[in-house]
Each structure stands twice: as C-alpha cells, then as structure tokens.
Design a protein. Structure first.
Length: 311
C-alpha cells in the first residue's frame, strides 16, 4: 500500500528512479503512478476544517492523534490512488473556544493554553499535508475583544506566527490566505466559484436544519455575493462551505452544492443536538469544472467526499 510521502514526492515531480531509491518500492507501483499521471483527471484535494474549539474542557485529550491518524489512513488507502495535483485546506473558523462566547467560561482552559494547542495541531497538519494554499475565515469564537467596533481576532495572530515558523523550517511554498465575508470570500479552484464562510449569519444552533432553511440560506448568499462582469454575465457561486452550526451535512439546493462542517467534540451546550455523526470534518477531491458539464448543463458534483471522524 502506498504511503503519503511517496505520493508527495511523485507530485513534486521526482523521477521514477529517485522515488524508487528513496522509498524502495517496486516498479509496478511506479508504473501505476505514472499511468495515473498521464491518463487520470487532475483533481484538487481539499481538507475542510471548522469548529475545532481548542480550549473547551470537553475536547478529548487525544483529539489531534485520532484525527491525524484517521486522515492519514484515508490518504494512504483511498485518496493516494487519485490524480491529485494540488492540496488545499479550508479553515472555516472557531479554532478556539473563546471565553467571551463560551457557556462554560468558568471551566474553560486559559486562552494561552488554547492557542498553544491550536498552533501545535495546525503546524503538524501543515507539515504532514504540505498544502499549496491554506484559506481561512474567522469565527465568532475567534474574537478576543467585546467591542464590535474594534474587533480583534486571535486567528490572525495564530496563522501569522505559524507562517513564520513554517518558513524557518524551510516550508516557503505554503500560502496562508485570509478571506473576509462577504467582500472577498469567493475563490476559484479548478474553474469552480467557491464561497467560504463561517456561517455566523445562519442562526440555528439549537434547531434542526431543513431543506427550506438551506434554500433560504443559499438565496441570501447569492444576493450578498453575486458579482456582474462588464459583459453582463454573473459570477455565480457553485460550491458553498460553512461551519458554525456543528452539523456535518452535504446538501444540494438551487443548483448549488453546500457543505456544512461538523465539530471536533460534544460541547455541553450542544449535547442535546450534536449527534455522533456530526463529530467530523470533510475531505473532498475536486475535479475540473469542465468535466462536470454535460449537454450544456453544469452538474456541481465532486470527485470524492469523505467524512473524517474526530472520535
């Protein structure tokens, strides 16, 4: 079975001979890799993270190991056989469980300890994946000042420090990019217009999600973010990724594929509605948009969608 380090060297363009020498693997494995490279559709691997809430007293001590082990198992046994030519991470906010918002503020971990644990996790994750780009948006728990007119998000400092650390380790090629909803929260990957948002505007933490509520959500997003070109055409959103509501859902409405992220653990406040199947994150592969057009109609489907469990 291939391992992820072999595939990363292959993706970087190392020759067949160098890969064989470095990893001591058989010729037929290399032949398979090069056949994939020549014939398969190149896809982008996207890891979607949201609502990890480092610092919550109910976050399992072994969360990081469990999650990374599950991620590596998927990479080594499933994704590695796809023709991945780019790796991207979406971080959709609430990386810490800030006491300004927490319902458990008396027993939450100190903010400094939460930040240290979050930094360790993201550093290890970026070293393992070596993504081309890391996009992030801020969540409501990432704010460390109460004054709405002078918002200060700890997320910006965490990822700024992390970028400096990675560069000191020689990892200069990882772009860390902050997005702001709704002004510049739309990105384009493989021809797809993709909206990233935390989802604070979607207020249903204690309620169930219905098809009607998602349709209204998407309609509001389109109204807020659609832009017009000089020729009158519209830049329509085709994929939406958001977190905040702690539900692991993939839903299609109004011709748009919506991915909502889960959470890392059961917080006390959510025990009544955070199901075990919501304790996870998304890992998807995204093919070029042109391969999803049939009979002049766009079918916004993805290559593979896998749930990475956090427990």
């Amino acid at each position: 079975m291939l391992n992820w380090n072999i595939y990363k060297d292959f993706k970087k363009g190392l020759s067949r001979e160098k890969i064989a020498q470095k990893h001591n693997i058989k010729e037929w494995v290399l032949t398979t890799l090069y056949n994939i490279r020549n014939n398969a559709i190149p896809e982008t691997l996207v890891l979607v993270l949201s609502d990890l809430h480092f610092g919550s007293p109910e976050m399992p001590d072994n969360f990081e190991k469990t999650f990374l082990d599950n991620l590596l198992y998927i990479l080594n046994n499933i994704i590695v056989y796809k023709n991945i030519d780019e790796i991207v991470i979406f971080e959709l906010g609430d990386i810490i469980d800030n006491i300004l918002h927490s319902t458990q503020r008396e027993i939450n971990l100190p903010i400094d300890e939460s930040i240290r644990r979050a930094k360790r996790f993201y550093r290890e994750l970026l070293i393992v994946l070596e993504p081309n780009r890391f996009f992030y948006v801020v969540g409501n728990h990432d704010r460390i000042t109460k004054d709405l007119t002078t918002k200060h998000y700890i997320t910006n400092e965490i990822f700024s420090d992390l970028k400096d650390e990675l560069e000191m380790m020689g990892l200069f090629d990882i772009e860390i990019i902050k997005l702001d909803f709704p002004d510049n929260s739309i990105i384009n990957i493989k021809g797809w217009n993709i909206l990233l948002a935390h989802g604070t505007f979607y207020r249903t933490l204690s309620g169930e999600i219905s098809g009607l509520s998602l349709k209204r959500l998407v309609a509001d997003l389109l109204h807020l973010t659609e832009t017009y070109n000089k020729d009158g055409t519209v830049n329509k959103i085709e994929l939406v990724f958001m977190g905040h509501i702690h539900k692991l859902i993939n839903y299609r409405t109004m011709g748009i594929e919506v991915f909502i992220n889960g959470t890392s653990h059961r917080k006390g406040f959510h025990k009544s509605n955070a199901r075990s199947e919501d304790l996870g994150q998304w890992l998807i592969t995204l093919p070029p948009k042109k391969f999803c057009i049939k009979n002049n109609k766009l079918r916004p489907t993805i290559g593979t969608a896998i749930k990475i469990w956090c427990e």
